[in-house]
Design a protein. Structure first.
Length: 101
């Protein structure tokens, strides 16, 4: 559906034992990418995403596209909450991401 190249790293629910809010998906994704989960950011639009990110030891970033409010996402552990991916990309510096310095 996404028309991604065959070698694109991807972890789907059927490849892990438990679904969110357990951290299995994010831990498997970090392992596949060869990244320590403590050095990863998880972008999600539900409280379940952010609870799983916290349980994985990753930094949770919330998006308001999933029907949850800012307060709910922050209470679930979001470090920052953005209206949409475009706003997040415009404000990457708040997350410590530097592009082209």
């Amino acid at each position: 559906m996404l028309e991604l190249p065959d070698d694109t790293p991807m972890v789907t629910r059927d490849r892990v034992k438990r679904a969110k809010p357990d951290p299995d998906l994010f831990l498997a994704g970090a392992a596949l990418a060869g990244v320590d989960p403590a050095h990863a950011m998880v972008v999600g639009d539900s409280v379940w995403d952010l609870l799983a990110a916290r349980r994985a030891g990753s930094l949770g970033i919330g998006l308001l596209s999933g029907g949850y409010g800012r307060d709910e996402l922050e209470r679930a552990g979001a470090f920052r909450v953005y209206a949409d991916p475009a706003e997040m990309l415009d404000r990457l510096d708040e997350l410590g991401v530097r592009l082209g310095d």
